[in-house]
Design a protein around this ligand. Sequence first.
Ligand code: HEM
Length: 534
Amino acid sequence: IRCQSINTDKKKSSRNILDNASNLLTDFLSGGSLGSMPIAEGAVTDLFDRPLFFSLYDWFLEHGGVYKLAFGPKAFVVVSDPIVARHILRENAFSYDKGVLADILEPIMGKGLIPADLDTWKQRRRVIAPAFHNSYLEAMVKIFTACSERTILKVNKLLEGDGNGGPKSAELDLEAEFSSLALDIIGLGVFNYDFGSVTKESPVIKAVYGTLFEAEHRSTFYIPYWKIPLARWIVPRQRKFHDDLKIINACLDELIKNAKESRQETDVEKLQQRDYVNLKDASLLRFLVDMRGADVDDRQLRDDLMTMLVAGHETTAAVLTWAVFLLAQNPSKMKKAQAEVDLVLGTERPTYESLKKLQYIRLIIVEALRLYPQPPLLIRRTLKSDVLPGGYKGDKDGYAIPAGTDLFISVYNLHRSPYFWDRPHEFEPERFLVENKNEEIEGWSGFDPSRSPGALYPNEIISDFAFLPFGGGPRKCVGDQFALMESTVALTMLLQNFDVELKGTPESVELVTGATIHTKNGLWCKLKKRSDSH
Ligand code: HEM
């Protein structure tokens, strides 16, 4: 597919003068040319009429696994090739930082892991990663179950009506329900705070949604308007954003103060051996405060908590939303999933151990993440010049990129690449069970589960970076197992109790994106108590 750069060169000559000038300017400003890299020509409407990642996909099919996208005075390199993604994320990870993403998230997450500069990141990652140990995850499964139980109860109440025989089915926006569920779970798991958002509203909950909304908005807006002097005092939305932040920060500060007052300093190994399942407070905050040698100022701790609150909330809710959307269009797969749940659990609730037996549900979750990755793009900027490796076809010399180059790794393109997946747009959870050692693709070692022995869920190692739902390399998501288990528990319990249908047509569920892919007007579904269960 790289061969298309020749055609692209011809097309390039016909591009309008303004575009050429902007490319020259960008190349000049970024210290050099991107050589023979194909250039995507898109109308500006491509960027605004539909989610950006759809256009990036079309250009990927046209221009190949590495191309340059120029709009206005700005240019991005778009990567849809696993070998190049592996290079950026793992092999040469420390030559890149988060670039544009850090600009967007810094006002919310401060020096939390996602936007952090490399020095802060190294320090905090070393402390935070061990907090997600196995006993913690086991304790979390109990929390996932207890919180999902609340959602089930809520639907059951709707189905019971006022006691005089309720409706046959309950109509709900499951996207909103999953969002509340994920918020309750992340609050308890990260700082032992019960938002209780499945059943109530509160100023803190409103503030969290307000902040997330602003984060989403900023990530789709190409001009950092929030940096305009006085904007935070003059623009009403900016004022509200800062008020929301104040409410959340006050809540987090209080939790940090309480945790510090009851600190019991211990070594990491001892902390990990605590009787987690019976601990009153099994949260990450407790671990981070009690860990010996991990003293940190309250501001950094607050940034860490805020980062995990934002990173672990909408992402997980979105996975559940799209898993249900896909299942609802595939009734036979829904039945197969329910049969597995009935066989493994009967009427019991899922446990840490039983998750290992719920293979089909786990594959549904990862297949939903393949088709709807959250986020659909990973963002990077080169800290120093680099040479991207030649991908699986064409240009063996690769592409030299100067320091300061902005890159998008399109996880959406990788996950739907016709070069790596059969029927890439189809929902086929079973696909992950088939080994694929496509030797025609030089430099890519195929899908091989033996590469990641003991992994409960397929990952980037098994797929040699063709499947990247949680990124890869040193900056891979720290909460991946938390999120996967959470989604598996919530989906299991939903299917154990209800049959789910879409209320409208699949087409009416329109897609919008910010940091995650969500629906335009909610995922409206009809839920009926299962008649054929257990
Ligand atoms: C990073 C996805 C849930 C905390 C990431 C990255 C991805 C991702 C793709 C890498 C970003 C990059 O390389 O630019 C997801 C998805 C989730 C999820 C799809 C849910 C299904 C969570 C949860 C937590 C979390 C539950 C915390 C409890 C983080 C943090 C980072 C991160 C702290 C930054 C890691 C670092 O830079 O060291 N996530 N995430 N995520 N995620 Fe997640």
